[in-house]
Structures are given as C-alpha cells and as structure tokens.
Design a protein around this ligand. Structure first.
Ligand code: HEM
Length: 183
C-alpha cells in the first residue's frame, strides 16, 4: 500500500491525542520504530496490523474505523491530485471520474501503487453506483472517502450497501446519492 496512506493514518491517529500515541500504536502492531515515506510502498499486511491496533485500542468497529479514516483521508487525496479535478465537478462527478481520471494516473505515476479498479455508473443525475472488487476488502474505506469528498463540497451524501463481501457477496456494490446539493 502506498506510503501516503500510512502517513495519513498517522495524522488521523494522532489528531487530538497525546504525544506518543502513534509510537504506542506501532508497538501494539508489532512495528516498533517503523517509519513511512509518503512516496514509497509498504506491505498491505502492515496496514492491516495498524488498523487492527486502532480497532483494539479504540474499541470501535473495524468498518467504523475504516470509514472514519477514509473520510479524514479524502481531503489529502483531493489535494494530492487537485490538478486532475475539474473545477466544475461536485461529489458525484469526482466519484464518476475517479477510475478513468485519478486512479489511472496514480498507477501511471507510481509503478508499485495499486489503487482498486472502481466501476462507477452514473445511473441518474443524483446517484452513482460503485462496484468495488479488491482483495484488500476495504469497501468501508471507499464509503469513507466518498463521504469525505462530499464534506469537501459541502454536500450531504447517503451510501446504501447493495452487496458486500463482508456479508458473503462476491463483490461490494454501493449506491451513493447526494441528498442535499451544495448551493
Ligand atoms: C482524489 C481522489 C482520489 C485519489 C487521489 C486516490 C488515490 C488513491 C491512492 C494513492 C491509493 C493507494 C493505492 C495503493 O496503495 O496501492 C488509493 C487506494 C484506494 N482508493 Fe483511491 N483515490 C481517490 C479517490 C477514491 C474514491 C472516490 C474512492 C471510492 C469511493 C477510492 C477508493 C479507494 C480504496 C478503497 C483504496 C484502498 C485500496 C484497495 O481497496 O485496494 N479512491 N486511492
């Protein structure tokens, strides 16, 4: 997984917490003194261990943590690739164009980065349906990223899980609907 996701996880974990929180989390995850370079790549298994440690330390659900982290990560993702985001776009337009315009460029620029191939269908003006298939099974992160993008545009977004690998389905299908548009 791309180093920027690890450095953003650190920011998410330390926000509002005392000094030493990240180091304590690294130890809990068996990764003492590990450092992450935002331009490098690291094993997915380390992200799993870190998220497990956050779940243990916080007592919150794994899906809840991933969704919350996704929402916190979204503004940083938007900033990193702002040049690819058309100024006329709003939440659903960003979602619709993530695969062709953004994840595709991430793969070109970072040979070892492997963002998931997202199928986004604009079914009607206020709705985008995402089909997510990734061995990382991070659909909750996807839900959170979408929520964070909506937060950036000041729009209200509803997400309905139509199918989910965590419920035994073969893939995750999420319907995103904007219920309140930005003025
Ligand atoms: C500005 C927009 C976006 C940027 C710059 C971006 C970039 C990235 C990057 C760099 C990664 C890490 C890839 C790796 O470690 O190999 C990633 C992963 C991911 N992205 Fe995006 N992304 C964006 C929008 C989205 C959106 C809108 C969604 C879904 C709603 C999404 C879903 C995910 C998920 C779930 C992962 C985790 C890896 C996986 O599931 O296999 N991303 N993205």
């Amino acid at each position: 997984m791309h180093g920027s996701v690890f450095t953003q996880l650190e920011r998410y974990v330390v926000a509002g917490h005392p000094a030493g929180t990240w180091e304590a989390l690294l130890s809990r995850a068996g990764l003492r003194e590990r450092t992450y370079d935002p331009l490098d790549n690291y094993p997915d298994e380390e992200m799993t261990r870190l998220v497990d440690a956050v779940v243990e330390a916080s007592g919150a659900s794994r899906q809840g943590i991933l969704e919350d982290f996704g929402a916190a990560l979204a503004p940083a993702l938007l900033r990193m690739y702002w040049s690819l985001v058309d100024e006329s776009w709003r939440t659903l337009d960003v979602l619709e164009h993530t695969e062709a315009n953004i994840h595709r460029v991430v793969r070109l620029k970072h040979a070892r980065a492997a963002p998931p191939a997202l199928e986004m269908a604009r079914t009607r003006p206020g709705e985008v349906i995402l089909t997510y298939r990734s061995p990382r099974r991070l659909c909750a992160l996807a839900r959170g990223i979408a929520r964070g993008i909506a937060g950036h545009y000041g729009e209200r977004l509803e997400a309905e899980d139509l199918a989910c690998v965590h419920r035994g389905d073969a893939e995750c299908v999420i319907a995103f609907r904007v219920t309140e548009e930005a003025p």
